[in-house]
Design a binder for this molecule. Structure first.
Ligand code: PSU
Ligand code: MN
Length: 308
């Protein structure tokens, strides 16, 4: 039924039809999460990594109101240069489609489209979550409510410490979302490997994660699974340095009066500036690491689905 809104790239359609592994990727990370041209290089490299692992990448975005599952090289370029591309979460989806506009999908937006297309694994950098100061702002990302209702597994490096990590994990618990640590018992905090918070389970092999995802689907329990994959040790930033940068960035957002959907892009940009680009290098490294693991997870899941 939803197919009428989707344009599935032939390579992706062929893989889905034959049960081969496909990995969804978001476009907000390209248009609103990183500066040009590093964002374009990142988007291409991540697709290459997924292909090298034997899976098919499907970067998702909206072009002239059509939901694209798998983008061409020139589409990627467009998103990277952010030519009037809106950030699209669940709320924005029907507007952008109805208005025939271009939109870059967030974690929530990408999950919606991935589920429609039949893609079960989605790789990103970091989830949105509960913002610090939530008691005043009521700012809780729609990524969390999407994870509550949409059956897609999301591979990420945690949530950034611009957010309130303990409260984010509480909301995920309420939402019924299993948060699994890949080779870690501690939930990672994006730029660093630790947060002081525990995951629900630590799994050392992706077959176990695939089995969990498959059983959750079979039980018809709606909602996603989070696979938290820490940034590689050698790419992690110094915790004290990044935490103090984040504090300053939050203060800057506050005095600039930024709110709503603009706050996350504002903070990301501000942090890149304050770290002299170091945060961008770390961000790209962790996304690439997630792409490798996500592709392997999609392969495990495809094998299970085919009864291999
Ligand atoms: N975290 C990142 N990079 C990003 C985002 C989050 O490290 O680009 C983006 C994702 O698309 C995520 C969105 O879904 O920000 C969350 O936005 P909000 O907080 O407005 O829900
Ligand atoms: Mn928000």
């Amino acid at each position: 039924m939803m197919q009428k809104f989707l344009d599935i790239h032939p390579e992706v359609a062929a893989a889905l039809a034959s049960g081969r592994p496909v990995v969804a990727l978001e476009s907000t990370i390209i248009s609103h999460g990183m500066p040009y041209p590093q964002n374009l290089a990142m988007a291409r490299e991540v697709e290459d990594i997924i292909r090298a692992e034997g899976a098919v990448p499907a970067t998702i975005g909206i072009i002239k109101g059509r939901i694209k599952i798998g983008l061409s090289a020139s589409d990627l370029e467009n998103f990277a240069q952010n030519r009037n591309v809106e950030k699209v979460s669940r709320r924005d989806f029907p507007l952008i489609v109805a208005e025939g506009k271009d939109g870059a999908t967030t974690v929530a937006g990408t999950m919606i489209a991935a589920e429609w297309a039949g893609i079960k694994v989605f790789v990103t950098g970091g989830l949105g979550g509960v913002h610090r100061g939530v008691a005043e702002s009521w700012d809780i990302s729609a990524d969390l409510t999407e994870l509550m209702q949409t059956n897609v597994a999301v591979v990420c490096a945690g949530v950034k410490s611009i957010l309130d990590i303990p409260k984010t994990l509480e909301v995920l618990e309420t939402a019924g979302v299993p948060v699994i640590g890949y080779k870690t018992a501690e939930f990672p905090s994006f730029f660093t490997r630790s947060s002081g918070c525990q995951v629900l389970r630590a799994y050392d092999d992706l077959e176990s994660v695939a089995r969990l995802i498959k059983i959750k689907h079979e039980m018809n329990l709606k909602g996603g699974v989070v696979l938290a994959n820490p940034i590689p040790e050698e790419d992690a930033l110094d915790a004290d340095m990044i935490n103090s940068v984040i504090k300053d960035a939050l203060a800057a957002a506050d005095s600039a009066g930024i709110s709503g959907k603009n706050i996350t892009p504002f903070l990301l940009k501000n942090i890149v500036e304050r770290t002299g680009g170091k945060s961008l290098v770390a961000n790209i490294a962790l996304v690439k690491n997630n792409a490798r693991i996500g592709a392997q997870l999609a392969k495990s899941l495809a094998e299970l689905d085919q009864g291999l």
